[in-house]
Design a protein around this ligand. Structure first.
Ligand code: NAP
Length: 252
């Protein structure tokens, strides 16, 4: 058993990663902005599973707060054996209609934070010759859908390469690419979820289970469910305008 550091652990997929990794007996470090919510989750996980749970509140788009999380990952006295880069947000409007600051924050969270934490983790894990990294991307990485797709395509390409490159050093890296999952993600961005047909929704429990299994099996890319595996296969042949998916319209 080792220690798993999970970003975006206060809700949705991150909270589910915390539950499943704690149930496997791993100690946890939970990262997100809402410290109160993390403390609450930590208390519940400690009492249910008996594992040690540390809380590290941080806004990963803030350079000083990101540096504190990087330092925790790099700390040789308290090794992190599993890193889950999961924190993420969506932006409701098209690229040109979003304020530039929001787009930059979005890019920092998805790309800069993931890159920085992977850098620290890979330096430590390759020295120990073992480690596991899961970077939460999205099926959106395979389709042309704004700056969100572009950021997730970076996560996908980086993870795929890192898995090939660092496997020989004992480190497994997986890009987890879910389709639509029931979490707080769409409410937080103010999107009308009714536009997405019911069969397109996945449960967080299943997505995380598949992601953890594919990571242990050494897969560079994990796409949970047969439905979405077929969709990803179709992205190789369908034209870009068909693949853009439903409009991100506000909630009514
Ligand atoms: P969620 O329920 O909204 O959770 C997002 C998490 O990220 C929360 O814990 C949030 O906590 C944290 N977070 C947001 N901004 C942050 C920041 N600046 N610094 C640190 N933590 C931050 O959404 P989710 O669906 O579980 O999202 C998890 C990942 O899955 C994201 O990368 C998302 O892009 C990806 N994904 C989601 C779906 C989907 O349909 N839900 C599909 C494909 C991929 P705080 O607010 O406390 O910081």
């Amino acid at each position: 058993m080792t220690t798993a550091l999970i970003t975006g652990a206060s809700s949705g997929l991150g909270a589910e990663f915390a539950r499943q990794l704690a149930a496997q007996g791993h100690a946890l470090v939970l990262v997100a902005r809402d410290g109160g919510r993390l403390e609450h989750a930590a208390a519940e996980l400690r009492s249910r599973t008996g594992v040690a749970v540390e809380v590290l509140p941080a806004d990963l788009t803030d350079p000083a707060q990101l540096a504190a999380v990087v330092a925790r990952v790099a700390d040789p006295a308290r090794p992190v054996g599993i890193l889950v880069n999961n924190a993420g947000i969506g932006l409701l409007h098209d690229f040109d209609r979003n304020p530039l600051e929001d787009e930059v924050r979005h890019l920092r969270l998805h790309v800069e934070a993931t890159l920085s934490l992977c850098h620290a983790a890979l330096q430590a894990m390759t020295q120990r010759r073992e480690g596991r990294i899961i970077n939460v991307a999205s099926v959106a990485a395979f389709v042309p859908r704004g700056s969100y797709s572009a950021a997730k395509a970076w996560t996908l390409a980086f993870s795929r390469w890192a898995n090939i490159h660092y496997k020989r050093d004992g480190v497994l890296v997986t890009a987890l690419c879910p389709g639509f999952v029931h979490t707080e993600f769409h409410e937080r961005m103010g999107m009308n979820k009714g536009l997405i047909p019911p069969f397109m929704w996945l449960r967080a429990e299943r997505v995380v289970r598949d992601g953890l299994l594919d990571n242990i099996r050494g897969k560079g890319v994990s796409v949970p469910s047969r439905r979405y595996k077929s969709i990803v296969a179709l992205t190789r042949v369908l034209p870009g305008r068909v693949l853009q998916g439903p409009q991100r319209r506000p909630q009514r």
